[in-house]
Write a protein that binds this ligand. Structure first.
Ligand SMILES: *Cc1c(COP(=O)(O)O)cnc(C)c1O
Length: 394
């Protein structure tokens, strides 16, 4: 019997999933840097455009390299379908716009990546979509926010930057009882450590820029879900609005997926060691890491995540201390990306979350002393030494 890639172990899916070889039998996936495709006859063009014959038409609609990336990521996620986008933000925007119409209502967890918050607060209202923000850990708040026209729930879990974790299954139940769809931004958990679709979510989005590339090279994003919903909500929008991922970036991301498991597990190992060193240091008032037993949502994490991920957040009291910490780092970079091979740390209040009004920052507990660190692939001894020395200096 032929192997079904869906039955493969995750490492095998990451290396071989979606592979489409040409007649040359290349080992590394082919990069199809082509915008258009030729048809043998006028009739075959007609059939392809009508959707009655398989085959590619135009890069904005699809491309073999991009499709390999989509198929591989769908296999990793356990999703029926994946649509790749040019960035994570294109994925977030498309995921919402495809499910919402003027007059609809969205309920969103209030701790969101800065640009996601901008889309919800500034962009969607232009199209007549209203939003209620909730404390994503408070199930009653989700229930109470529901209106007759609520169509979508949006949550990021673990959330940026303070790693708040939401009970995805329970929120999915509330969404479905209200006739709404649940969209989960799963960037921090990665496809390895949390399966939102299996927990009840309808749509998962990724910034592939983060762990999936993981080596600081390209932007990319993805939307995943059941084929029927994906087709209904996104197929035409993806074709006509133009958020397609470039095949070159898809190729880079395909190679990224091959080592995702290795990299993220090593990063997570390192993050656990770094988080423990930070938590034990007197300068850290509070340390938040989903892999530690003292995380406020540790019980939920035990239920729905199989790893803590590579991001740690810690409070050094005030901005001056946070900046002294950052400036004293010798190995870890001061930078705002995450999921990279290189460790990096940032001061969210003055970087990633600076456009968030102070009152809203305080609502999610983000005060000036917080630092967010993305732990990379360096030696754990070097990282712990660098971070401990910088904490001494804070
Ligand atoms: C980075 C990020 C995004 C946006 O992704 P880009 O690829 O930078 O557009 C969205 N959500 C989360 C949680 C992120 O960390």
């Amino acid at each position: 019997m032929a192997e079904d890639p869906r039955d493969w172990e995750i490492e095998t899916r990451a290396v071989r999933g979606g592979l489409m070889r040409t007649e040359h039998g290349e080992i590394s996936e082919a990069l199809f840097l082509t915008q258009s495709f030729a048809y043998d006859t006028a009739q075959s063009a007609d059939e392809r455009f009508a959707g009655n014959a398989p085959g590619f038409i135009y890069q904005r609609f699809g491309n073999p390299t991009t499709q390999m990336f989509e198929d591989r990521l769908a296999l990793l996620e356990g999703a029926e379908q994946c649509k790749a986008t040019a960035s994570g933000m294109a994925a977030v925007q498309l995921s919402l716009m495809g499910l919402l119409r003027a007059g609809d209502h969205l309920v969103a967890g209030r701790a969101l990546f800065g640009s996601c918050r901008w889309i919800v607060s500034e962009w969607l209202p232009r199209f007549g979509v209203e939003t209620t923000y909730v404390d994503a850990t408070d199930l009653e708040a989700w229930k109470n926010a529901v209106r007759p026209n609520t169509k979508v729930f949006l949550v990021e879990s673990p959330a940026n930057p303070l790693l708040e974790v939401t009970a995805i299954g329970a929120v999915a139940e509330i969404a479905h009882a209200a006739g709404a769809k649940l969209v989960v931004d799963n960037v921090f958990a990665t496809p390895l450590f949390q399966k939102p679709l299996a927990l009840g979510a309808d749509i998962v989005v990724y910034s592939a820029t983060k762990h999936i590339d993981g080596q600081g090279r390209v932007l990319g994003g993805a939307i995943l879900g059941a084929a029927e919903l994906m087709t209904e909500a996104y197929k035409d929008m993806h074709r006509h609005c133009g958020p397609a991922l470039s095949p070159f970036n898809a190729w880079v991301l395909l190679k990224g997926l091959e080592t995702l498991d290795l990299r993220v597990r090593k990063q997570t190992d390192n993050a656990g060691k770094v988080a423990d060193a930070i938590a034990a240091h007197p300068k850290a008032r509070r340390t938040l890491y989903p892999g530690r037993a003292d995380h406020p949502q540790a019980a939920i994490i035990a239920n729905q995540m199989t790893g803590g991920g590579n991001v740690v957040a810690f409070d050094l009291g005030d901005r001056a201390a946070a900046w002294r910490f950052l400036d004293a780092l010798q190995i870890v970079d001061i930078s705002n990306n995450l999921g990279d091979a290189k460790s990096m740390a940032t001061h969210p209040c003055t970087t990633t979350h600076r456009s968030m009004p102070e009152a809203e920052r305080l609502e999610i507990g983000l005060t000036e002393g917080w630092v967010r660190m993305s732990v990379g692939l360096e030696g754990p001894g070097d990282l712990v030494r660098d971070v401990s020395r910088a904490l001494d200096a804070a």
